[in-house]
Design a binder for this molecule. Structure first.
Ligand SMILES: Cc1ncc(COP(=O)(O)O)c(C=O)c1O
Length: 378
């Protein structure tokens, strides 16, 4: 009998790809080695020699699981060390490590509920924000995507206290939030909460994220997100004032009652944070590859954007053309995923990323495949 985990079946591009082995910028799927343009491992830290060996050592020291929540017996020195490192790296007063990015935003919203905060949310925020807004029952309004003017109109009628919620980088399109503009119009006592899942380690002049320049400003900024993208590991975090982090620890049931992030993963993230600060080649290679990808798109008549994040997409009018294009990439040994997300009945786009560990050969192969897939008609 054949099941969904039979890996010897014909590698249909209709099915989610199943990874057999992962070598960073290349993966083995079934028996085919593919250059990997999927996922969000921008800096290649999920498969870096230093993070891999940190994980092995940390598992020997801490075992696999914290086996308990943070407020019972699940807190280890690895959690405390990581929270100190995150706060200092992100120039915040304090940080809380959570079990995922989903948990980070849930904890943030839960901690605001007793204050009666009204949230203003970019309409394209990640689904984790919408899930948390709904499950916590906090009051909220949405503003038009990246539209500070619309937010300003809504703020005129707002009753306090208020908080703003936006992704720094919107992960499907790679759009960035107009943070400077938002910071200008937001009242000084409001919290500006920024999901830096796709920008931590990637954006900002020193890789601290899109909100980097606001962290020492007179604005109340909270940054949070997933540790699974730029940092290549797993888990979540939020950074802000001591009062905010205390409130999260004291009031968020998500934080209080879920099993703590495995200490070994905290160690891996700590090593990733050190690498970010000591190995400038991670970022340099990422931006070199991002520019190369932009040049490939420009050569095909698509608008390249030198300021762009390492996320790229092409939309299709019909799914037949999308599947055909995806198939060309796959047959030529590249994994360039069709993007599926909740709410979309049928994926109509290819969405891919570059990593710092892609080589010139990988990108040349992409250029050749792109040329063949689009036949100069992108
Ligand atoms: C922008 C954004 N926020 C939050 C999350 C959720 O993070 P996690 O997967 O750690 O729960 C993701 C994950 O894909 C994301 O892209």
């Amino acid at each position: 009998m054949r099941g969904r985990h039979d890996l010897d079946r014909e590698n249909s591009t209709e099915d989610p790809l199943v990874v057999r082995e992962n070598y960073g910028p290349e993966i083995l799927s079934n028996d085919k080695r593919l250059i990997n343009f999927s996922g969000c491992d921008y800096l290649g830290l999920s498969n870096h020699p230093a993070t891999r060996s940190a994980l092995k050592e940390a598992v020997d020291r801490f075992g696999l699981s914290a086996s308990a929540s943070r407020i019972t017996t699940g807190t280890s020195v690895a959690h405390l060390e990581l929270e100190d490192m995150l706060a200092s790296f992100l120039r915040a007063k304090d940080a809380v490590v959570t079990s995922s990015g989903h948990h980070a935003v849930a904890a943030l919203l839960e901690s605001s509920a007793p204050l009666g905060t009204h949230w203003f949310v970019d309409e394209e925020c990640h689904p984790s924000a919408w899930a948390a807004l709904r499950s916590t029952g906090v009051s909220f309004s949405s503003f038009r995507h990246r539209n500070a003017d619309h937010l300003q109109q809504l703020l005129r009628r707002a009753k306090k206290p208020i908080s703003i919620l936006t992704d720094a980088v919107f992960p499907v399109t790679g759009d960035t939030a107009p943070l400077e503009q938002l910071a200008e119009i937001v009242p000084k006592d409001a919290l500006l909460c920024v999901d830096e899942s796709h920008s931590m380690g990637v954006l900002g002049t020193t890789g601290r994220g899109l909100a980097e320049s606001l962290m020492n400003s007179d604005r109340k900024v909270v940054v949070f997100g997933s540790l699974s993208k730029g940092l290549g590991a797993f888990g979540g975090y939020l950074c802000g004032s001591e009062a905010l982090c205390r409130r999260v620890r004291e009031t968020s049931l998500t934080y209080q009652t879920s099993t703590a992030l495995p200490p070994a993963l905290c160690k891996v993230v700590s090593v990733g944070l050190q690498l970010l600060q000591t190995d400038s080649s991670l970022q340099e290679n990422l931006w070199r590859n991002t520019s190369r990808m932009n040049a490939i798109l420009s050569a095909q008549g698509l608008v390249g954007d030198p300021e762009r994040v390492p996320i790229f997409q092409v939309k299709f009018a019909d799914s037949k053309a999308l599947h055909a294009c995806h198939r060309v990439f796959h047959d030529l040994g590249l994994f360039v995923p069709m993007f599926r997300y909740p709410g979309a009945l049928d994926p109509q786009l290819l969405r891919w990323t570059v990593q710092s560990r892609h080589t010139v050969d990988h990108l040349d192969a992409f250029a050749a495949a792109f040329d063949q897939a689009f036949g100069g008609e992108a």
